[in-house]
Design a protein. Structure first.
Length: 170
């Protein structure tokens, strides 16, 4: 039995995980077009490092780390500080929770400070441990715990206020 070539193994991984990784990128940045750019950057870097990363079995963790770091790099660039585009005109995903629930959750996530958002996505959406999230974000485990706690509390408040029958009285 022959081993698949480098390109075949890489292509199989990308085909199997692309949609999931794109959603991760969207959760990090909040914009589908920027998520596509982040994912493309990550997949190019993954291809270059493929033999080493594939041997270690850390393909997805490597891509997630690149997505997070590429987003940090992009947010530091002056041209990214300007708001351009059509806002919320991106098409929604067709599976999972209802559009309204997803929209409320993503709006609440985008309202979080950037570092809290990244911690919440890594810890509670992707299920990474405190140690793994700390390593991917290059911060201490204590910082991950405090950002996670504050982020979840803020999400609970925002989402509870947006439920029908709750919130302010008019």
């Amino acid at each position: 039995m022959t081993r698949p070539s480098r390109d075949e193994a890489y292509t199989a991984f990308v085909a199997a995980r692309r949609t999931h990784l794109r959603r991760i990128a969207y959760a990090v940045c909040g914009d589908w077009h920027q998520a596509d750019d982040l994912l493309q950057t990550a997949l190019v870097k993954l291809y270059v490092a493929w033999p080493r990363i594939r041997r270690d079995g850390r393909e997805e963790a490597y891509v997630r780390q690149i997505i997070v770091r590429a987003h940090i790099d992009e947010t530091r660039r002056p041209h990214r500080r300007e708001s351009v585009g059509l806002g919320d005109r991106d098409p929604a995903a067709s599976t999972g929770p209802s559009y309204e629930d997803r929209s409320a959750l993503f709006d609440a996530l985008q309202a979080l400070p950037l570092q809290q958002r990244k911690v919440v996505v890594l810890r509670h959406w992707l299920g990474l441990s405190v140690r793994e999230a700390a390593a991917e974000l290059a911060i201490s485990e204590g910082t991950v715990k405090s950002h996670s706690s504050r982020g979840l509390a803020a999400l609970e408040t925002v989402l509870a206020d947006s439920e029908p029958g709750r919130g302010t009285r008019g």
